[in-house]
Write a protein that binds this ligand. Structure first.
Ligand code: GAR
Length: 210
């Protein structure tokens, strides 16, 4: 659980592998004052060529590369954990980080890792969730921000946003429309977590009784 003191800011560690539009949406929410008391402590990519790295540097944010290709997961994650800890990260936000985390990583940040997934979980876990939803023919799609546990796309849900799939949709248009919801959902989820007003009741993440 988050244990920061009420007056200290919540330091995010953003993990990504590519484009980084969710990271940029979070950065924009912070800049616009939609996430008071939240700051980005570091952006880490496991892919050296990730376009998001340049964007992070352009915003004056600490950015690091920790290449994962060809390295055993557990060994790579030791370096990721060290980098996050050296930046005093409170909450890890996976934003298009396309690599599974080792059990050690999850234990090091237990209940302090969020992930965004482009489907209404538990439907369509795994890769290309939007394409899975389109091909299946569901009428409602969306995205989920959830805590990360040892199972893929499985931990307690913080926020979901749903959209209707239109007859006129293509996989590309659906992808675009879900992504727009993701950008709203991630800010909403970080706001809930940073409020410290929510607690786990089993799998459910609920507002604490006042
Ligand atoms: C997003 O659609 C995110 O939900 C997805 O990767 C994309 C990253 O985009 N993540 C997963 O599918 C994880 N299972 P971005 O780099 O522009 O934020």
């Amino acid at each position: 659980m988050l244990t920061r003191s009420p007056n200290s800011s919540l330091r995010l560690g953003i993990l990504l592998s590519g484009r980084g539009s969710n990271f940029l949406a979070i950065a924009d929410s912070i800049r616009a004052g939609r996430l008071p008391g939240v700051e980005i402590a570091v952006v880490i990519s496991n892919v050296a060529e990730a376009p998001a790295l340049k964007a992070a540097q352009g915003l004056g944010l600490p950015a690091a590369v920790c290449v994962s290709k060809g390295r055993p997961r557990a060994e790579h994650d030791v370096d990721m954990i060290a980098c996050l800890q050296s930046h005093h990260v409170d909450l890890v936000c996976l934003a298009g980080y396309m690599r599974l985390l080792s059990p050690n990583f999850i234990a090091a940040f237990r209940n302090r890792i969020l992930n965004i997934h482009p489907s209404l979980l538990p439907a369509f876990p795994g890769l290309e969730a939007q394409e899975q939803a389109f091909a299946y023919g569901v009428k409602i799609a969306g995205c989920t921000v959830h805590f990360v546990d040892e199972e893929l796309d499985h931990g307690p849900i913080v926020v979901q946003r749903a959209i209707a799939i239109l007859d006129s949709d293509t996989p590309e248009s659906l992808n675009r429309r879900i992504l727009a919801e993701e950008h709203l959902a991630y800010t909403e989820a970080i706001r809930l977590v940073s409020s410290r007003e929510y607690e786990f009741r089993g799998r459910r993440y609920l507002k604490r009784d006042s």
